[in-house]
Design a protein around this ligand. Structure first.
Ligand SMILES: Cc1cc2nc3c(=O)[nH]c(=O)nc-3n(C[C@H](O)[C@H](O)[C@H](O)COP(=O)(O)O)c2cc1C
Length: 179
C-alpha cells in the first residue's frame, strides 16, 4: 500500500510537463487558493520569502503581457497567469533567483494536483520593465517569470509533435562517488 502511494506520488512529480494550450473555462477559486497557499509555503534562503504574486485574469491584460518582449505567448489563451514578483534586493540576486525557481515549480505542481496545466513564460530585454509598467509593479522589483495556468486542451496537446527522448538518460547525468 505504501509502495503504491509512493509510486503514485513519483509518477505525479515525474509527469509534470509544460502545457501551453488551455481550455477556456476559468480556474476555480478553490484551486487558485490552494496554489497560492502552496506558493506561500515554499522554502527560501534564510526564510526571507522574497516574493509577491500578481494574479492576472483580465484578457486584455494577459494579451498585453504577451506583447512585451519575452516568451509568454501562451498566456493569451490561458484563463489565468501568475506573475512572480521578486523583491529585487541588491546583493541577494543569487538567493532570489534560486528561490524563484522553487516558488515556480511549487506553483506548477500545486496546479497539477488540481488537474491544471501550466507553463513558464520568461520575459527578456525590455519585457520585464514593460510588464512592471503594465501591472503597476515598482521598478526596483525583479520580474522575469509569468506562469500560465488552465485546464489542458487535450486535443492541442496530442497534436504536438512527439519527442522520442525528452530527457537525457540517467547514465549521462549521474556519477557515483566521483565525477
Ligand atoms: C527557466 C525556464 C524558463 C522557461 N521559459 C519558457 C518560456 O519563456 N516559454 C515557454 O513556453 N516555456 C518556457 N519554459 C518551459 C520549458 O521550455 C520546458 O519546461 C522544457 O522544454 C521541458 O518541456 P516539458 O516540461 O514539457 O517536458 C521554461 C522553463 C524553464 C525551467
Amino acid at each position: 500500500m505504501a509502495d503504491t502511494a509512493a509510486h503514485d506520488r513519483i509518477a505525479f512529480l515525474r509527469g509534470l510537463r509544460a502545457v501551453r494550450a488551455f481550455r477556456p473555462e476559468p480556474v476555480p477559486q478553490g484551486a487558485l487558493d490552494d496554489i497560492l497557499d502552496v506558493a506561500r509555503w515554499s522554502g527560501s534562503a534564510s526564510n526571507r520569502q522574497p516574493w509577491e504574486l500578481v494574479v492576472v485574469r483580465d484578457p486584455a491584460a494577459r494579451r498585453a503581457l504577451t506583447d512585451v518582449e519575452g516568451y509568454a505567448q501562451h498566456l493569451a489563451g490561458a484563463p489565468l497567469g501568475i506573475v512572480l514578483v521578486m523583491n529585487g534586493v541588491p546583493g541577494y540576486e543569487e538567493q532570489e533567483i534560486y528561490d524563484e525557481g522553487r516558488l515556480c515549480e511549487r506553483i506548477m505542481l500545486a496546479a497539477a494536483a488540481h488537474g491544471l496545466g501550466s507553463c513558464i513564460g520568461w520575459l527578456v530585454g525590455q519585457g520585464s520593465a514593460d510588464a512592471k509598467a503594465l501591472l503597476g509593479i515598482p521598478a526596483e522589483r525583479r520580474v522575469k517569470t509569468i506562469i500560465s495556468i488552465g485546464y489542458p486542451d487535450g486535443e492541442a496537446q496530442r497534436a504536438r509533435p512527439k519527442r522520442p527522448q525528452a530527457r537525457k538518460p540517467l547514465s549521462e547525468i549521474v556519477h557515483e562517488e566521483k565525477y
